[in-house]
Design a protein around this ligand. Structure first.
Ligand SMILES: Cc1cc2nc3c(=O)[nH]c(=O)nc-3n(C[C@H](O)[C@H](O)[C@H](O)COP(=O)(O)OP(=O)(O)OC[C@H]3O[C@@H](n4cnc5c(N)ncnc54)[C@H](O)[C@@H]3O)c2cc1C
Ligand code: SF4
Length: 562
């Protein structure tokens, strides 16, 4: 299916004409899209990547806390731009919160650019828990159509090609090759977690990271700048697809990255095949890129929105949505936070966020009385940067002004750390992405309307992990510790499940190769493909799925079957 699309080479960059059908249009260049672009273009396919955000380079990333954390610089603005609305229940009227509920970075590399880079593989149990535990009433709890063993070679590909640092832990899934580089150095919060864990008989292990602890594949090691969570990496040590994949895609001579291209629709021809992708260019003009096949990797919220926006007479409920499953089963992973202050300075603001985790509570234990499990990590969280610390991290009993406030900031900033629990989320019909009938975004598209209320078991896991966190603080000798209340989620950064993978076209959107059940030349691969949520750090699995999907797509193309 190699295309004859006309290409123009400009200073080592290739450009394709919109009217010539390229082999693949990839929509979105984030964790999944960046990998698919690289894999398909280096295999010789002509690829146009339509990315709605700008093309920033490492040198464009700053440590401007106000701009990045409070003015949503990398998110491309807040509710005034995205118009997103939120409600907990389908009977509520959705309203626009002060911060966009669906959180992701707009730009080449997507959220892999600004994420915290905690990188957990799933375990075998994650793929077949429904068979092991049985059904859970009122949920769409299901097995994946693939197994850990099928995905393992692709996890290993992520380790080596994307660049992952780490060391095996006592409960890890089997791996076919060691980590390519050692873990990041232990931090004060990690030492204290180890101390607490030892007393409690738990196992603190080094955190795997999508961050280079050593130079790897021509990229430099982390310089421990500390502006990591929410920030882009100024040296390219964070293993975003921007740093690790996009340069290879472009160097193939087969891939054009077209930033500032906001896709508004995928069109299909009379046979029901995707034939062009409609987008608004940087000047807001409507353009149509012709394509032989389309790969949708716009994330677990935006892929669903785009499919719903691509409804037509042939596809009245949205493209690829004969099952009605597009947008449903949104899973965020619930979280718990406990904070502690120690007598001596920890200076935990240095370096990456996390250096030690505890996975003793990963698996569901029916004796707890609820489904689910998760992981616990130690990190500075809001005490990594000063404004964030003051706005989010202060203990509840400290006044918000005056001498006492100033003294608390001066004392706590260097002495405070958090223990964060990340949990499973159950798949529910009522947690979903739909098009808001009233709100539009800055490009005139119907805005995302999120409906979300955690299943009670998700909150029970969060509470359970928070109880363990408080025990860890006591065991580690904290001067003071307190809990952040566990409440139902108001949005999130893990966007999973809205175009789930499955063998049955009635209950899933894509098959086990990521091909949509309804449109033979439309592939969907990103966080939306998830069937279950894992234990809280999904992106390693998103990337492994993307490498695997690329192999499946290449094989189908080679067999003349796209
Ligand atoms: C602050 C933060 C910290 C995080 N930390 C972690 C962590 O430690 N560990 C972990 O596992 N995960 C973490 N995550 C989550 C992680 O970033 C995401 O799971 C992952 O990046 C999702 O990958 P994706 O390919 O599904 O989508 P994305 O990476 O979001 O990529 C989607 C891309 O598509 C583009 N796009 C969307 N719609 C359109 C359109 N209509 N037209 C053109 N382009 C479009 C977007 O601009 C974006 O670039 C974090 C997220 C945030 C926000
Ligand atoms: S802490 Fe390291 S990986 Fe993170 S942004 Fe700074 S240099 Fe990059």
């Amino acid at each position: 299916m190699l295309s004859t699309a006309k290409r123009i080479r400009l200073a080592n960059k290739v450009k394709f004409a919109t009217r010539d059908a390229v082999d693949f249009v990839v929509i979105g260049s984030g964790s999944a899209g960046g990998i698919l672009a690289k894999e398909l273009s280096t295999a010789g396919f002509d690829v146009v990547v339509l990315e709605q955000g700008p093309y920033r380079k490492a040198a464009d990333f700053t440590h401007d806390e106000l701009s990045v954390l409070f003015r949503s610089e990398l998110l491309g603005g807040g509710p005034e731009v995205h118009g997103q609305t939120f409600r907990h229940d389908e009977t509520d009227t959705a309203t626009m919160p002060g911060r966009s509920p669906v959180e992701y970075a707009r730009g080449v590399g997507g959220s892999s650019v600004h994420f915290t880079a905690n990188f957990w593989r799933f375990r075998a149990v994650d793929f077949k828990e429904r068979s092991l535990l049985g059904p859970i009433a009122g949920t769409n709890f299901a097995d994946w159509p693939i197994t850990y063993d099928e995905l393992e070679p692709y996890y290993t590909k992520v380790d080596w090609e994307i660049g992952i640092s780490g060391a095996p832990g006592p409960f890890d899934a089997p791996r076919s090759k060691p980590f390519p580089m050692p873990p990041m150095p232990i931090k004060s919060s990690g030492v204290l977690m180890e101390r607490g864990a030892k007393k409690l008989g738990l196992h603190a292990q080094p955190e795997p990271h999508a961050i280079l602890s050593q130079a790897h594949n021509g990229r430099p090691a982390c310089i421990n700048c500390g502006y990591c969570m929410f920030f882009g990496c100024e040296v390219g040590a964070k293993s975003s697809t921007l740093a690790a994949m996009i340069p290879l895609a472009e160097a193939s001579g087969h891939c054009e990255i077209r930033p500032d291209s906001v896709v508004i629709r995928i069109d299909t021809d009379k046979k029901g095949r995707a034939d062009q992708v409609i987008y608004l260019d940087a000047d807001g003009r409507e353009q149509a890129q012709a394509a032989k096949a389309v790969v949708l990797s716009a994330n677990g919220a935006e892929s669903a929105r785009l499919l719903l926006m691509s409804e037509s007479a042939q596809h009245p409920d949205g493209l690829a949505n004969s099952s009605g499953f597009v947008g449903r089963n949104l899973m965020h992973n619930a979280h718990s936070v406990a904070n502690g202050i120690f007598e001596q300075p920890l200076n935990d603001f240095k370096g990456v966020q996390v250096s030690r985790i505890i996975h003793d509570f990963y698996e569901t234990d029916v004796r707890r009385g609820f489904y689910g499990g998760g992981g616990i990590d130690a990190r500075p969280l809001w005490s990594a940067t000063p404004i964030f610390h003051v706005m989010q991290g202060m203990p509840p009993d400290v006044p918000r002004w005056g001498a006492e406030f100033k003294n608390a900031v001066a004392h706590n900033f260097t002495r405070q750390m958090s223990i964060v629990g990340s949990t499973t989320s159950l798949a529910l019909d009522s947690n979903n992405i739909t098009l808001d009938p009233h709100s539009k975004d800055a490009w005139g598209r119907p805005a995302i309307r999120e409906t979300y209320r955690d299943h009670p078991d998700d909150l029970s896991v969060a509470k359970f992990l928070q109880d363990r966190a408080m025990e860890l603080f006591d065991a580690a000798g904290a001067e003071k510790s307190w809990r952040r209340p566990i409440e139902t989620t108001n949005g999130g950064a893990h966007l999973l499940g809205t175009c789930r993978m499955g063998d049955d076209p009635k209950t899933s959107v894509v098959d086990r190769t990521h091909r949509s059940h309804d449109v033979p030349n439309l592939y969907i691969c990103d966080g939306s493909s998830f069937v279950t949520s894992g234990r809280g750090q999904p992106t390693m699995t998103i990337m492994a799925l993307a490498f695997r999907a690329a192999d499946q797509i290449k094989a189908a193309a080679a067999a003349g079957n796209i």
